[in-house]
Design a protein around this ligand. Structure first.
Ligand code: GDP
Length: 523
């Protein structure tokens, strides 16, 4: 780690993973407030209602009160620069979420103290595990009725197969939640005194006892001694490898325990990690600039087709005005107005370092998964495409607009809103999504941005797989004999579509020379 240039070593690029309602938005506000990035808590939510933001004209977001847009927020605290990548908060699982998690080095897992591990937390955690992303755990809403700390820790260990190392322990809960006790350092932080740490002699210190309801005191003391004895101590290496999570208790709403989290990220979370590319691992310490695009966002102004590509810088230093090569096309690209994002603002980035995320305005030149580099040709791995779980054919209300629809769908697919499959038998385009909400987003945007009202029709297909073969002749043979079930994706890669699992398995068993894959790495 010591070989990192100082500005890179200061970077912490992370995301918050949680189930809806666990408190992600509230925690985000409080983190930004700590970082001095915004003046008033509440602005993150307020922003959702501001006129002229992209999320605003997306009526769908307003209707459902959800954020469908992934964004990034940069703030400074202490010696560190934090890049917080926001994952969409709605219940549906979209590909955006996966892709965002390919661009972070660590994550905070927020758990509702009354509910424990919920479905979406588990799913997001699994994505983090695929990349061994270190996780800091925040057990939130301790100011409400909560489950016992041991019970919660046990659930994390059992359902996620992740070791836990509680760093703090709650002093009571619900209405009598008084603060936390630091298990290793014998320090108390009280919720009513702005978290100023007070040293105590141990869990039986009278100062502590006076904070607890008398009937809880004995049991609490026993519990804490057990925790100190039986729980694993924090181990930096196990944390960095993604096997162990430090656990903090608090209340985002009461702004309690948030400083613990930010301090933990600063002290333990890794600075920008090396990123796997096709040919080799690219280290953050390398001098030549490289990065990959993990998110494309259409501009707020529907009349102009320019888009912002969010690029995670993997190595080197990006300087405004520099040229970098877009590896997919082999063409150079001038980075004239890269942007940083703050809570409500954006600013031109004169320079940015490995670990940073910059927005690059473009007119459709950049696609998800693209690599930009100043050095040799490399392509970063890990921005995959997942086989959609829902397939629909698009029905255009005005048949005269077929050409416009083709263009619009192409653009939406490049942005990663949906996946597009063009059937080889010449029938109408099929779109595929991982979560049903993406269909609503597409419909809404086609109407709002392109004046194209559409409907969806079911197709006879429900599954699709990318197909490859070591022997190209085998692949051609398969395609020839299955033309009515074949389509091409955005990159012209062949895709086999099946009505059901049984049918798919039948073909898999019959054609041993063909590989059927439900994940495709971007080229
Ligand atoms: P998100 O869906 O994960 O972004 O959750 P929000 O941050 O929007 O919070 C969901 C609800 O829980 C809101 O009504 C919050 O005010 C409330 N909430 C969040 N954190 C806490 C907390 O620490 N204590 C209590 N009592 N309520 C909280």
């Amino acid at each position: 780690m010591t070989d990192l240039p100082a500005p890179v070593g200061r970077r912490r690029t992370f995301a918050i993973i949680s189930h809806p309602d666990a408190g992600k938005t509230t925690l985000t506000e409080k983190l930004l407030l700590f970082g001095g990035a915004i003046q008033l808590a509440g602005e993150v939510k307020a922003k959702k209602n501001r006129v002229s933001t992209r999320s605003d004209w997306m009526g769908i977001e307003k209707e459902r009160g959800i954020s469908v847009v992934t964004s990034v927020m940069t703030f400074e605290y202490g010696d560190c620069v934090f890049n917080l990548l926001d994952t969409p908060g709605h219940e549906d699982f979209s590909e955006d979420t996966y892709r965002t998690l390919t661009a972070v080095d660590s994550a905070i897992m927020v758990i509702d103290a009354a509910k424990g591990i919920e479905a979406r937390t588990r799913k997001l955690f699994e994505v983090c595990r695929m990349r061994d992303i270190p996780i800091v755990t925040f057990i939130n809403k301790m100011d409400r009725e909560a489950r016992s700390p041991f019970d919660l820790l046990d659930e994390i260990e059992k359902t996620l197969a992740l070791d836990t190392a509680p760093v703090t322990w709650p002093i009571s809960q619900g209405r009598s939640f008084a603060g936390t006790f630091d298990l290793r350092r014998n320090v108390v932080r009280r919720i009513d005194t702005d978290e100023e740490p007070t040293p105590v002699s141990g869990p039986d210190d009278p100062k502590l006892m006076s904070l607890l309801p008398p009937e809880e005191a004995d049991a609490w003391q026993e519990e804490v001694m057990l925790a100190q004895e039986a729980c694993k101590p924090f181990d930096l290496q196990a944390f960095r490898e993604g096997h162990l999570t430090p656990v903090f208790f608090g209340s985002a709403l009461r702004n309690f325990g948030v400083r613990d989290l930010i301090d933990a990220l600063a002290a333990y979370a890794p600075p920008p990690r090396g990123q796997e590319a096709d040919k080799r691992l690219v280290k953050a310490s390398e001098p030549k600039m490289s990065g990959f695009v993990f998110k494309i966002q259409a501009n707020m102004d529907p009349n102009h087709r320019d888009r912002i590509a969010f690029m995670r810088i993997c190595s080197g230093k990006l300087q405004r005005g520099m040229k970098a090569k877009l590896v997919r096309t082999g063409k150079p690209m001038s980075l004239n107005s890269p942007q940083f994002f703050f809570a409500q603002d954006r600013a031109i980035a004169d320079e940015a370092w490995a670990g940073d995320v910059v927005g690059i305005p473009n007119h459709g030149t950049l696609r998800i998964g693209d690599t930009l580099t100043e050095g040799e040709d490399i392509v970063f791995r890990g921005v995959p495409s997942f086989a959609p779980e829902i397939l629909r054919r698009i029905k255009l209300q005005d048949a005269m607009k077929a050409k416009k629809l083709r263009e619009a769908l192409q653009q939406m697919a490049e942005e990663g809103v949906v996946q597009l499959f063009v059937p080889q038998d010449g029938s109408g385009a099929i779109v595929g999504v991982v979560g049903a909400l993406q269909l609503d987003v597409l419909k809404e945007r086609l109407a709002a941005e392109y004046g194209l009202p559409i409907d969806y029709e079911p197709t006879r297909f429900s599954i699709c797989r990318w197909i490859t073969a070591d022997d190209p002749r085998e692949l051609d043979k398969f395609i020839e004999s299955h033309l009515s079930s074949m389509a091409r994706d955005l990159d012209d890669a062949p895709v086999f579509m099946a009505p059901n699992q049984f049918n798919l398995q039948y073909e898999v068993d019959r054609y041993k020379a063909i590989q059927f894959s439900d994940v495709k790495d971007y080229q």
